[in-house]
Design a protein around this ligand. Structure first.
Ligand SMILES: CC/C=C\C/C=C\C/C=C\C/C=C\C/C=C\C/C=C\CCC(=O)SCCNC(=O)CCNC(=O)[C@H](O)C(C)(C)COP(=O)(O)OP(=O)(O)OC[C@H]1O[C@@H](n2cnc3c(N)ncnc32)[C@H](O)[C@@H]1OP(=O)(O)O
Ligand SMILES: CCCCCCCCCCCCCCCCCC(=O)OC[C@@H](O)COP(=O)(O)O
Length: 377
């Protein structure tokens, strides 16, 4: 094992990386808060500024994946669609099977220059996650409670707000609404059976309402749906802890560009369209498990240096004062101050564990663990 690989596994390195993330993230959140008065004066400028501020946070996690863990992300797609990626507004549909699927999504956003503007329909609980959840508030992320009666108005309103967004954006939907577990899969297949739908082997049954309301509200703003299917080589089940420890994974993403015009306007037809799409996704996943690859050619998509440069900028900015403080502590610090510093380290590492825990499937919500009553309206 090389020295660098050994270092990547050290707790102290993780603590330093998280320290940079935490302090720079709080600074960015503060700057975002300062843009509040600007929203009333020049909304489009406030949005552009918040895209860039948000990028400062999310790209640190991308840098962790691309540069620290060295994870490779391969794109399978039609070369004719490829030039349009990043140059139009799109709805992205992604399977929700992996703890770092969102991070791979962000990495592709970074490579197509839309990381700062990337959007998602996220569960409301994530709005309270420090740094990322707070950043999302200023990036106009669409939050849902996963209770349609409450969501139908709020989600539509948030989507309407995106209609005059000043930069190209990708809007991500995990239509399954929750991460894949065997139990949730079994229950959702019972629902599929009761609805007369074919069973899926690799996906939960998609919830169609979020997709249909997105299409309704973003028609005319968004030009395409990017149907994206993600898997990892060697049957790996990657984790954020693995990434932080420098473990290298290899992600494969198959993307099909579907013009939005071909998605039906009628709600029932739109729902049926989505179910059919998931049946196709399921065959792609089955093909991947059999052959280790997706259909379609591979497009070369090298990583960009910007995420790393952003991280280095923040590291220099916030690690300098920390080092000075530690030196002063060693020279003059009383036992009490040294103990207090230790307590701060323990608190910071506790915060890392809590935040990483948000991404862990074994701590997933109970949503989808039982059949919601069948809806007839
Ligand atoms: C070129 C490169 C291309 C791509 C790169 C890839 C990606 C990059 C793009 C962008 C990146 C951006 C950001 C990424 C960063 C971070 C993201 C991180 C996390 C966020 C993820 C989440 O939080 S996921 C959870 C929240 N989101 C959702 O839930 C969305 C999907 N859900 C819906 O659409 C729902 O409909 C709803 C939320 C709008 C409403 O929820 P509710 O529960 O009320 O649902 P329904 O009314 O739909 O449910 C009832 C219907 O479902 C049937 N039913 C009942 N039980 C079940 C069951 N167990 N399983 C399945 N279905 C069930 C029931 O019968 C009802 O059926 P109907 O026919 O009546 O609809
Ligand atoms: C650069 C340095 C970084 C150091 C490590 C810091 C760790 C920071 C972790 C940030 C965590 C942010 C959470 C983001 C998104 C989690 C996405 C996710 O997967 O959500 C789950 C929901 O979709 C469904 O929920 P369930 O119903 O399955 O429950």
């Amino acid at each position: 094992m090389g020295l660098l690989q050994l270092l990547k596994g050290q707790f102290l390195c993780h603590l330093l990386i998280f320290y940079v993330f935490l302090v720079s993230g709080l600074l960015v959140n503060l700057l975002q808060l300062c843009t509040l008065p600007l929203w009333a004066l020049n909304r489009q400028l406030a949005r552009r500024i918040n895209c860039r501020l948000g990028y400062c946070i999310s790209s640190q996690m991308v840098a962790l994946l691309e540069w620290w863990s060295g994870t490779e992300c391969t794109l399978y797609t039609d070369p004719e669609s490829y030039p349009r990626y990043g140059k139009e507004n799109a709805i992205v549909i992604l399977n929700h099977n992996f703890e770092i699927d969102f991070l791979c999504g962000w990495t592709f956003c970074e490579r197509f220059g839309v990381l700062g503007t990337s959007k998602v329909m996220a569960k409301k609980e994530l709005a309270y996650v420090p740094l990322i959840g707070w950043m999302w508030y200023f990036q106009e992320i669409v939050f849902c409670k996963r209770k349609w009666e409450e969501d139908r108005r709020t989600v539509a309103k948030s989507l309407q707000n995106l209609r005059d967004y000043p930069e190209n954006f990708w809007f991500l939907l995990f239509c399954e609404g929750t991460r894949f577990t065997e139990k949730k899969h079994k229950i959702s297949m019972e629902v599929a059976e009761s609805k007369g739908l074919p069973k899926l082997k690799h996906h939960l049954l998609p919830r169609t309402k979020g997709f249909c309301v997105t299409v309704q509200n973003l028609r005319g703003t968004v030009t395409a749906v990017y149907d994206s299917t993600l898997n990892f080589r060697n049957k790996e089940t990657p984790t954020l802890r693995g990434v932080l420890s420098g473990k290298k994974y290899h992600a494969d993403l198959y993307v099909r560009r579907i013009p939005l015009d071909s998605v039906p306007e009628d709600e029932a037809e739109c729902a049926a369209w989505l179910h059919k799409l998931y049946q196709e996704k399921d065959t792609f996943q089955e093909g991947y498990t059999q052959t280790g690859r997706f259909p379609g050619p591979v497009v070369n998509l090298p990583r960009q240096p910007w995420a790393l440069l952003n991280w280095l900028f923040w590291a220099v900015l916030v690690l300098g004062p920390l080092i000075l403080l530690l030196l002063q502590l060693l020279q003059t610090g009383s036992t009490l101050t040294v103990l207090c510093s230790l307590a701060v380290c323990i608190a910071v590492s506790g915060a890392v564990h809590w935040m990483i825990g948000q991404t862990e499937i074994n701590r997933a919500s109970s949503y989808g663990n039982k059949q919601a009553p069948l809806n007839n309206n």
